[in-house]
Design a protein around this ligand. Structure first.
Ligand code: SF4
Ligand code: SF4
Length: 79
């Protein structure tokens, strides 16, 4: 059950989540509009959720329905 970064990260990208992730599985590029979580490395600790100032991070089963496409979007970043 990996965690997923959703729409509110767009335009914020402050990397607060990156600083607290114990396994360094949150990444982006200069061109990307948001950060992403590597699903195969995430250990589901939830630390990033509390660190995010805009509530952009959800576990896969509790994402608001309008943002469920971000599950695929996060996976796609690592292909
Ligand atoms: S849930 Fe934990 S391991 Fe997964 S991205 Fe967040 S901080 Fe990293
Ligand atoms: S803490 Fe939230 S807004 Fe900041 S980079 Fe991470 S997901 Fe994006």
């Amino acid at each position: 059950m990996p965690y997923v970064i959703t729409e509110p990260c767009i335009g914020v990208k402050d990397a607060s989540c990156v600083e607290v992730c114990p396994v360094d599985c949150i990444h982006t590029t200069d061109e990307s509009e948001q950060y992403f979580i590597e699903p195969s490395t995430c250990i589901d600790c939830g630390y990033c959720v509390a660190a995010c100032p805009v509530t952009a991070i959800y576990d896969e089963f509790n994402i608001p329905s309008e943002w469920r496409t971000y599950i695929q979007k996060n996976r796609q970043f690592y292909r």
